[in-house]
Ligand binder design. Sequence first.
Ligand SMILES: [Cu+2]
Length: 405
Amino acid sequence: MLMKLLLAVALSVWAVGLSSSQSCSKEGAKVLNECGDTCYCKNGQLQCCRLRREFTSMTEDERTLYVEAVRVASTDPTYRKDYKALITTHEKLFNEGIHNQEQFLPWHRWFTLQYENLLRRVDCRVTISYWDWSLVSGDPWNSDKGRVWFDGPSGLGGDGVPPSLCIQDGVFREDLWNKTNGQCLRRLFNGFTPNAMDVFLVMDQPASMDGFNSFEVGLRVNLHDKIHCQIGGDMCSRTAAEAPEFFLHHGYIDRIWSDWQNRGPDYLTIFFVNLTDPMKGTEYSPRDFIDNRNLPNVESPEGKTCILYQAPLEPVYREVWKLLKGKTRQQILKVPRNPLEPLTDRQMRLFHVSPEEQRKAKEILQGLEPRFKLKATAPLFGEDRNLGFRLAFLRPTEGKEALIH
Ligand SMILES: [Cu+2]
């Protein structure tokens, strides 16, 4: 009994250290806690938020810290059992509703949070990072230093090698690292990832039930499912969560939902607010996972977890989104770019997309179709190549000139 009590006290002290309830005196002051979380002093208590950052916006040291936490969580005997239990949950429940509209967004918000909690047991300075694949649409598989697919300690390694498709470079290469079933990690990079215009247009939906349905199907099927299968290998299969990039991809999907929700109270609560049955494999309902600033805290159930996303730091990101906000859908569709390819039938089956949703996804795709395709004879360079279109076409003064050429 005494041991149990002592353990409970020790656990709660530990949990307090990790969460937000530390006292403070300077009202409104912004401080970083011992884990580097952003905290504000409110009513004498520190309220902290975990800041999730874009992978390529992080410093080399920060990326290395992240990759190392993933490596330790997946290999060190201290964490390996919990890691395996969590990762295999996704595979076990793959066809049990977690990829349907009622659960997809909140379930994966729950799942990435559990993964983040595990990484924070290894090192509490770590938060899930996200990969904004729209910023490298024309060159997504670049493996330079500083990119996701770099083969050094600050990257996730590169493409798989045929015929096995096992990856042979970087921290997670075949001779150093295994999935929880002992097999190698596989990848098969293919195609151009969706660009910023695709993301902008998918998000361009009102906070109505119809608007939510268009946003959710566009995000889940045309963007999320698609990227899974463009990375290929394990990511385009039921073992997807075994791949470390799963969480970088889902970090971005969650950020897109979060940004959409931040447009107003109606956006925040639409659809999920009435869903109060527990989600598969969890004790929480979709409703519990609506608000990233107020998520259940498993380490101290009376507390809450707050998640914030930091926008990518590249100046071009801010410029592109500012310009897009000033344009109509028709103006955006006039900018030449690669059209988004639909999922194959096999991919539709993998993610259990119903015939009705397949029709909806196709209709959304038609609404994203560019009026002009990029010409193979006029390749893009530099920043434009990353973006997947000529930035000049969006700029008000240069737009007209650019169209003449
Ligand atoms: Cu999933």
